[in-house]
Design a protein around this ligand. Sequence first.
Ligand code: NAD
Length: 490
Amino acid sequence: MVNLKMFIDGEWKDAENQETRPVFNPASGEVISYAPEGTRADARAAIYAARRAFEEGVWSGISAQERSSYLLKIADKIDEYADELTHLETMDNGKPLREAGFDVGDAAACFRYYAGLITKPDGQTYHVADPIQAMVVREPVGVCGLIVPWNYPLLMSVWKIAPALAAGNTIVFKPSEVTPVTPKKLFEIFEEVGLPKGVANLVMGAGAVVGNEIASHTEVDMISFTGGTKTGKHIMKTAADTMKKVSLELGGKSPNIIFADADFETAVDYALFGIYAGSGQVCSAGSRILVEESIYDQFVQRFVERAKQIQVGPGDDPATEMGPLVSQEHLEKILSYIEIGKEEGAIVACGGKRVVANGLEKGYFIEPTVFVDVTQEMRIVQEEIFGPVVVIQKFKDEAEAIKLANGTVYGLAGGVFSNNGAKALRVIKKLRAGITWVNSYHPTYNEAPWGGYKQSGIGRSLGTFGLEEFQEIKQININLQVEPIGWFSN
Ligand code: NAD
């Protein structure tokens, strides 16, 4: 059984009322731990600890070089515990070991990226009339509330924590109640490298309780949230009362556009990766494949042929190519979307059922699923399903591809496959989305900004943009001629 506790002001804590909630292995349905079910009082204790640490300057007051050295030590520890973190991630989230291994490597690299970035020059000077010397400096925002989902329990945590700490903020962090295991291990690392008390605080529990307290509390200066669009809207409204800075990474229904002149096998391969990696539980998943009509039938046939061959199984089996869904509740949500698709008149070209063979009946497994004969207004085309379910649509020409691609409330990601470079770039430039690929799908980099247009969010993670999210900007105007201004005569 994994031992789970919260980390508040440098101490490991149970919930103040001792309540817990079970945490399940999605491959077997077994309980792997009991997580503290934090309360509003626990959240407040964490907020006050972060506030005190911020005001005392134990973190913001040290040099960027010193903060950087802590971040580098954290990265080294992530590497040292890579095997353990990988196995814990697979056990808690269900993802195959090879996916979890990539996440752990990316997490260490993200800390190293921000360890380097924060030591580089920033700020500006600007030219105004003598005798004023004018400049801009960047400062930490203060106490940052960080709330993350369950699909990349470690990596989504690190995408927020690394830049927030690099910038000199103190944090109150809340993982998803479904996947608190690797975030807890990360906080053990923070303790091991000796982060000053109160700088990084971990609270667990329900979003509506602990998350709401963080989003509404006056002593929290910023809320950085990754999760569903509905929750994001709620958090934005809640945070408005105290005028917090808000950064939101939300859902998507991203188009993957395949032209007839694309390299066919490459397009099929990336389209499969785009939807079935992470069992489709990826915010940027290419969940709408748009195919030019002259190759549509050939594409569907090949895609379905390959989707049927994907090895579904427990994440800790090296032969597994696609793991389970994260929870029973999520499995039921995906199955209900498949029913909705059928009721709407779409045709299931493959999959569509829970996998119960080969001893998988206790886990939350589902077949890679393809819907064809869909129309743009169907719910399965418009709504984020967040599972291994893709719709394949047909388009006539470039203009129709763009219209269909942009025809949802989301704008997170998108891809174009074509061997005509000018056409590919023309289409990408028309996509109303923040993350795009040409002849590729999914890879992302610590150096590049991550975030969406429209209802996919506000702000950006990663890169220089991701650091700036966690900084305030201050202008300083210094009078070099110190004498009265003489505006009033007496
Ligand atoms: P969710 O919105 O249900 O929960 C996310 C987090 O918010 C959890 O920690 C939850 O406890 C907390 N929360 C819930 N209600 C809250 C409230 N009222 N106040 C404060 N916090 C609250 O999302 P999920 O089901 O965990 O994750 C899946 C969603 O995350 C998908 O929509 C996916 O697209 C999105 N996502 C987006 C990105 C991105 O970068 N854009 C990345 C990963 C996941």
